[in-house]
Design a protein around this ligand. Structure first.
Ligand SMILES: [Zn+2]
Length: 603
């Protein structure tokens, strides 16, 4: 078990020098100081005057706000990206903290603008917004007003922002650091949480069980501390929501996502109503594995024996070709991530777990962090993050404000890119058993992105609600709520004994409350676009690329219209889920055809 598997990704590191030469780069402080001077000048010029600005002045103010914001964003991203590759280096953590403090100070200087703009009465604001001089800023200016009913006074907002550095963001970082420091004892070697989790995808059941027991054990020490941090973050949010008058714990997230409580509830209802899909799938999977019933550590087991690792170069080829087959332009953009060193690929000690794409600022380019292990999932993760990267590059021309998307549409390009790559992998495979393996992997990913996220959203809903009515929650109480919603998801199809402390390894619950449902939203939305591509072929390529080029400069509903979809119709969610159920039908058919489910599993 102790063998080190080389994938060729070991030396693939990103080059951050386009952001800054190094942490000692004098430009870092010069830029921040420049932004601070500009922010002071901005405040002197516009404070108390936003309501009286002409169209041209308003446009100029927006451009200056964006310029200042871009400087700070660039510096903070640099620090964050350096930190992500080595979270044990205290100097990297210190740079993040230092820049975050300065960033927050900048933000507090500029806060008045959004507040004064939101305070402008609707008639005057709409009259201004109707002018063509504000075409470029219209969506952003409208967005600033959507929080209008929940804003506090300017001094209060300043206090909230400034105190958040030593408040919620400090707690959230502590939680991340606690997770990053977890070590899992396996046999005679000690591994990171990421490495242990990767073993849940092994075909050897004992190895999966051992890894799972190791993770459960590793989650025990410090659970009390993590529970306390989680409680604190829950309480902080409850206080914020109360002071601002948000009707529910999720309302602020929904507003930021440019959607509504009703639309999200429709997504939740449509998904919960179809928990039969994951349950049917896990029942099939038990048969495929020759088991009576799945244990929770069997959920990611491959249904065929295929421990082959895909070398980094081959993964690169598969993914680039998948994008290229859709559109040459997309293929060319994706290729640049490799040639220009925009990716940090390998698993390393003390590196941040998981994967992300940081879009940084439009005058640089996105960066991708991976923990590439060479398994099939790693290839799809690469495809996923490159989708974000493609989206970022295509929307660059819009500038920082218009390029950034709400979470609800942020996953569009990533999920679409994964679908393209999956089809490519499937097309290259003739062996029916391997095809079934690919298909089951696909269904599992879909379940993980939709049903599982909605079950996690139900857990979050329960835990936020409980914290507000019951006070501080013991870890047993949190575990109880966690298990309750996991059990609802799995029904009798999965044995979840021992799964109690596993809520505590998910950083989203503390880092971005309410985040997880956006995965399901984005996935089902992207799946609907992909369905259109399958039906209409190349006719959808240009409209889809146009959707990506539009970035976040339009509301999700308008973006959907570009590709002929209606996001206000709750049926869109059911349609997406039906598409998943069809893949499940096919997997069941294929399993029957090759004669599994009787006495032996596939092998
Ligand atoms: Zn993503």
């Amino acid at each position: 078990m102790a063998t080190i598997e080389q994938t060729g990704a070991e030396e693939i590191a990103w080059d951050l020098s386009e952001l800054y030469a190094s942490s000692d780069d004098p430009r870092l402080d010069e830029d921040m100081a420049g932004a601070e001077t500009a922010a002071t000048a901005f405040r002197d010029r516009f404070h108390g005057a936003v309501a009286t600005l002409s169209v041209d002045e308003l446009a100029a103010a927006m451009a200056e706000r964006e310029r200042i914001d871009s400087i700070a964003t660039r510096a903070i991203y640099f620090a964050h990206l350096r930190f992500a590759t080595n979270m044990a280096d205290p100097t990297r953590g210190a740079l993040v903290a230092r820049l975050q403090e300065r960033g927050a100070a900048l933000e507090t200087q500029l806060l008045f603008f959004g507040l004064e703009w939101a305070a402008v009465d609707d008639d005057s604001a709409e009259a201004l917004l109707a002018e063509s001089g504000l075409d470029h800023w219209r969506h952003n200016l409208r967005s600033l007003r959507k929080f209008r009913p929940y804003l506090l006074t300017e001094p209060e907002e300043r206090l909230m922002t400034e105190k958040s550095v030593s408040g919620v963001s400090a707690w959230s970082r502590l939680y991340e650091e606690l997770l990053g420091a977890l070590r899992v004892q396996l046999d005679d070697e000690e591994v990171s949480l990421e490495t242990a989790m990767a073993r849940l995808y092994l075909s050897d059941r004992d190895a999966r069980r051992e890894a799972t027991e190791g993770v459960t054990e590793a989650l025990a020490p410090g659970l009390r501390t993590r529970t306390y941090v989680f409680n604190t973050i829950l309480q902080d949010k409850a206080i914020d929501d109360r002071l601002r008058g948000y009707p529910t714990w999720i309302t602020s997230r929904n507003l930021a996502n440019e959607t509504t409580d009703d639309a999200v509830q429709a997504l939740v209802d449509a998904t919960v109503a179809r928990y039969d899909v994951p349950q049917r799938y896990y029942t099939l999977k038990a048969k495929l594995l020759g088991l009576d019933r799945l244990a929770h550590f069997d959920r990611f087991a491959p249904v065929a024996v295929d421990s082959e690792k895909t070398p980094w170069d081959q993964a690169r080829k598969i993914v680039v070709e998948a994008y290229d087959s859709f559109s040459t332009q997309a293929g060319e953009i994706v290729e640049r991530f490799f040639t220009d060193e925009w990716i940090d690929a390998p698993v390393r000690p003390d590196k941040r777990t998981g994967a992300f794409c940081a879009t940084t600022v439009p005058d640089v380019h996105p960066y991708i962090l991976l923990n590439y292990t060479g398994d099939r999932r790693s290839i799809l993760t690469l495809a996923h993050e490159l989708g974000h990267g493609l989206h970022g590059v295509l929307a660059q021309h819009l500038g920082l404000f218009n390029a950034s998307t709400p979470l609800t549409t942020a996953e569009t390009a990533s999920v679409f890119g994964e679908a393209l790559t999956f089809e490519r992998l499937l097309a290259a495979e003739d062996d029916p058993r391997r095809r079934l393996d690919l298909l089951t992997g696909r269904i599992e990913d879909a379940i993980a992105t939709t049903f599982r996220q909605i079950a996690m959203n139900r857990f979050e809903h329960a835990v936020h609600t409980a914290r507000r009515s019951e006070g501080e929650l013991a870890s047993e109480r949190i575990a109880e709520l966690w298990i309750q919603h996991q059990r609802q998801l799995f029904g009798d199809s999965v044995d979840i004994d021992g799964y109690e402390p596993w809520w505590s390894y998910i950083p989203h619950f503390t880092g971005s409350p309410g985040y997880v449902y956006a995965y399901a939203y984005g996935y089902l939305f992207a799946l609907s676009i992909y369905r259109r591509y399958k039906l209409e072929g190349d006719a959808i390529v240009e409209p889809y690329l146009e959707l990506l080029r539009t970035g976040g400069s339009r509301a999700p509903e308008e973006l959907a219209q570009l590709v002929g979809l209606d996001l206000t119709d709750p049926a869109i969610w059911a349609t997406g889920i039906d598409a998943l159920a069809e893949e499940l039908d096919e997997a069941e058919r294929l399993a029957e055809e090759i004669g599994v489910g009787s006495d032996h599993g596939i092998d």
